[in-house]
Write a protein that binds this ligand. Structure first.
Ligand code: PEP
Ligand code: MG
Length: 585
C-alpha cells in the first residue's frame, strides 16, 4: 500500500482500477482484459501494415522528384521491422496487458533513452526518424478509434483516471459514468480542474506531482478528495472504509449540478443547450443536463453516415425521434452546412449527384456553402424543409440557417419554407408555426444584424466561424492558428453589436461556438449580456458550476473594463485575474 498526498479539490471517496492518461504525450494507458489481448495485437499489426503501405507510397512519390530523399523512407521501412519496435510493443501488450498505443509509446521512450546515451551524433539524430515512425504508428492505431473519448468509453469496468493533467477539452470527452474520480500530477487548486471536479461531483485530488508515473494501469486505487489523498493498492481495511464513505457520500444527496437549471450566484437565469452532431447524442445531452438542443448539425446525415441520408421519409423519422426525445424541450435544427466539395465527394454516385459540381480540389470553405448551397440546390433543400416541417408537430422545433450573409438569402429561404408549408397543409398535414433563425457567423451578417433581426425569429452566434472570418485566420493553417483569438477586441465588440441588435428587435440570441465551453470565456460572455448558450454536452456541468459561482453584476463590470483594453493579451490577463479571484472564494 502506498499513500500519495495532494490537494483535494472535490470531496468524496471512490475506489477503482486506474486508467493512466499522459495527456502531454497524447497517450492513454489502460489495462485490457485478457480476452482483449488478441484484438489489441491485431490493431498493432494493422497499424504496422498501414504504416508500411503509406511509407511505400510516400517513398515512390518523393523519389520521383528528390531521389536522394528516398533513403530516409527506406530507413523507416527497415525500422518498421526492427524487433526492438513493434514486436517489443506486442510483448508488452501480452505481458503487461496494456493497450497498443501505450505499448508503442513506452517502447519509444526506451528507444530514446538508449539513443540519448550514445555519443555518435549521427545515431542520435535517428531519434527524429524513430519519433516520426512512432507518430505514424500511433496515428494509424487511432484509425477507427478516433478520439480519447472512444478509448475511454472502451473501458471494461468502473475506473479512476490518473493523469498528468486534465484539460477541460479532454474532460468534456470522458464518460463520467464509467470514470468515477480522478487524480492529476498537475495543478494546485487550479481553476479548471477544481471547478470541473465539483461540477461533476467526482472526487478528485490534484497536485500529486508524479502519480501518473507511480501508479500502474490496472492498479487498485482509492481517491479521497476529502482528505486530499490517493492510496495505491489499499489494504482490505482501507478499501472497506473507502467503499463505506463512498456510499455515505451518495446517500448524502445531490451534490451534483446535473439536475438543476443554470443560474449565476445572484440569481440570473442562464439557458444552457447542447450542440450535437448525431441523433444518438441526445442521451448525452440529457445526461449532461442540457435544457434543449441548441444546435443539431444536420449535415452529418450527409457527410458522416455510411450512406448519406437524403430521403425525405428517412430524414422525417430522424427529426421526429429527436423532437419527441427532447419534448417538451426545444430543438434547434440547422439546415445542412456543407460545401460543394463535401457534397460532391459524398453524393457523387447517388441520385443527387450534380454534374456541375467542381472537381478541382478546394481548400477554402468560403464558397458555395451552408444556406448558399441549399439555395443553389433546391432539390436537396426542399426535401430537408419538408421533412422538418412534417416533424414539427412532434415537439418544439426551431430551424436555423447557417452561413447567411444577408437579407436576400433569408427572404428566399423563408419563401421556400412558406411554400413547403402551404403544400403540406394542402395535402392535409398539420404544420405548426416554426421559429426560423440564422447563425451569425459571417461578418456581413454581424454588421447587418439589425436588418436581419427584422426578418427572423432568433439569432445564434457561431463564433467558430465568426472568429476566423473576422480575423481572417484560417484555423487549418498552422502558421496563423495562434492568431485565432476569441478574446480579440474585434470579436468582443462584434458579439456586443449582435446582442444589442437582437435586444432592440426583441428576438432571442444565443451563442453556439466553442467559446462558450470555456468557463472563463463563458463568464465574460455573461458579462457582455448574453443569457443563452449552446455547447458540447460534456461542457455543460462545468458551465453550470462556474455560473453558480459568479455574480452577473461583477461580470458586467469586468466586461466593461475589458472592452476598453486594446489587445487580446491584456484582456486575457484581466479576465484570468478576475476569474482566479472568484475561484478562491
Ligand atoms: C460556429 O461556426 O460557431 C458553429 C457553431 O458552427 P460550426 O462549428 O458547425 O461551423
Ligand atoms: Mg459555423
Amino acid at each position: 500500500m502506498q499513500r500519495l498526498t495532494g490537494v483535494g479539490v472535490s470531496p468524496g471517496v471512490v475506489s477503482g482500477r486506474a486508467v493512466i492518461l499522459i495527456q502531454r504525450a497524447q497517450a492513454l494507458r489502460y489495462q485490457i482484459a485478457p480476452a482483449r489481448v488478441p484484438r489489441e495485437l491485431e490493431r498493432l499489426e494493422a497499424s504496422r501494415e498501414r504504416s508500411r503501405q503509406q511509407l511505400i507510397e510516400i517513398r515512390a512519390r518523393v523519389s520521383r522528384r528528390r531521389p536522394e530523399m528516398a533513403s530516409l523512407f527506406d530507413a523507416q521501412l527497415l525500422m518498421l521491422d526492427d524487433p526492438m519496435l513493434v514486436p517489443r510493443a506486442a510483448d508488452s501488450v501480452r505481458t503487461e496487458r496494456v493497450n497498443a498505443e501505450w505499448a508503442v509509446h513506452q517502447v519509444f521512450q526506451e528507444f530514446r533513452a538508449v539513443l540519448d546515451e550514445v555519443a555518435d551524433p549521427y545515431l542520435r539524430e535517428r531519434t527524429g526518424d524513430v519519433a516520426d515512425l512512432v507518430g505514424r504508428l500511433k496515428m494509424n492505431l487511432r484509425q477507427g478509434v478516433a478520439a480519447p473519448r472512444d478509448l475511454l468509453s472502451a473501458l471494461d469496468e468502473s475506473s479512476v483516471l490518473v493523469a498528468d493533467e486534465l484539460t477541460p477539452s479532454l474532460a468534456a470527452q470522458v464518460d463520467w459514468t464509467k470514470v468515477r474520480g480522478f487524480a492529476t500530477d498537475a495543478g494546485s487548486r487550479t481553476y479548471h480542474t477544481a471547478i470541473l471536479a465539483r461540477s461533476l461531483d467526482v472526487p478528485a485530488v490534484v497536485g500529486l506531482h508524479n502519480a501518473s508515473e507511480l501508479v500502474q494501469a490496472g492498479d487498485l486505487v482509492v481517491v479521497d478528495g476529502t482528505a486530499g489523498e490517493v492510496v495505491v493498492d489499499p489494504t482490505d481495511e482501507v478499501l472497506a472504509r473507502a467503499v463505506r464513505q463512498a456510499e455515505e457520500h451518495v446517500a448524502d444527496g445531490a451534490h451534483s449540478s446535473l439536475g438543476r437549471l443554470a443560474a449565476t450566484a445572484d440569481g440570473v437565469r442562464i439557458r444552457l443547450d447542447a450542440n450535437i452532431e448525431f441523433p444518438e447524442d441526445l442521451a448525452a445531452a440529457r445526461y449532461a443536463g442540457a435544457e434543449g438542443i441548441g444546435l443539431y448539425r444536420s449535415e452529418f446525415l450527409l457527410t458522416d453516415a455510411t450512406a448519406p441520408v437524403v430521403d425525405e421519409d428517412e430524414q422525417y423519422e430522424i427529426y421526429r425521434r429527436m423532437l419527441e426525445g427532447m419534448a417538451p424541450a426545444q430543438v434547434t435544427i440547422r439546415t445542412f452546412d456543407v460545401d460543394e466539395d463535401q457534397l460532391a465527394s459524398r453524393l457523387s454516385r447517388g441520385p443527387l449527384a450534380g454534374g456541375w459540381l467542381v472537381d478541382q480540389e478546394r481548400t477554402s470553405r468560403q464558397g458555395l456553402r451552408g444556406l448558399r448551397l441549399s439555395l443553389a440546390r433546391p432539390e436537396l433543400f426542399q426535401v430537408q424543409i419538408r421533412a422538418l416541417l412534417r416533424a414539427a408537430k412532434h415537439g418544439q422545433l426551431r430551424i436555423v440557417f447557417p452561413f447567411v450573409s444577408g437579407v436576400d438569402e433569408v427572404r428566399e429561404a423563408r419563401r421556400m419554407v412558406g411554400a413547403a408549408a402551404t403544400e403540406l397543409v394542402g395535402r392535409g398535414d398539420v404544420v405548426p408555426r416554426v421559429p426560423i433563425g440564422v447563425v451569425i457567423e459571417i461578418p456581413a451578417a454581424a454588421y447587418t444584424a439589425d436588418l436581419l433581426a427584422r426578418e427572423v425569429d432568433f439569432f445564434t452566434i457561431g463564433t467558430n466561424d465568426l472568429i476566423q472570418y473576422c480575423l481572417a485566420v484560417d484555423r487549418a493553417d498552422e502558421r496563423v492558428s495562434s492568431l485565432y483569438e476569441p478574446l480579440h477586441p474585434a470579436i468582443l465588440r462584434v458579439i456586443v453589436m449582435v446582442r444589442r441588435a437582437a435586444a432592440r428587435h426583441r428576438i432571442p440570441v444565443s451563442l453556439c461556438g466553442e467559446m462558450a465551453s470555456d468557463p472563463a470565456l463563458l463568464t465574460l460572455l455573461v458579462g457582455l449580456g448574453l443569457r443563452e448558450f449552446s455547447m458540447t454536452p460534456g461542457a455543460i456541468p462545468m458551465a453550470k458550476q462556474v455560473l453558480a459561482e459568479v455574480r452577473s453584476d461583477e461580470m458586467r463590470t469586468l466586461a466593461r473594463r475589458v472592452l476598453r483594453l486594446p489587445t487580446a493579451g491584456e484582456i486575457e490577463a484581466e479576465l484570468m485575474a478576475a476569474v482566479g479571484r472568484l475561484s478562491l472564494k
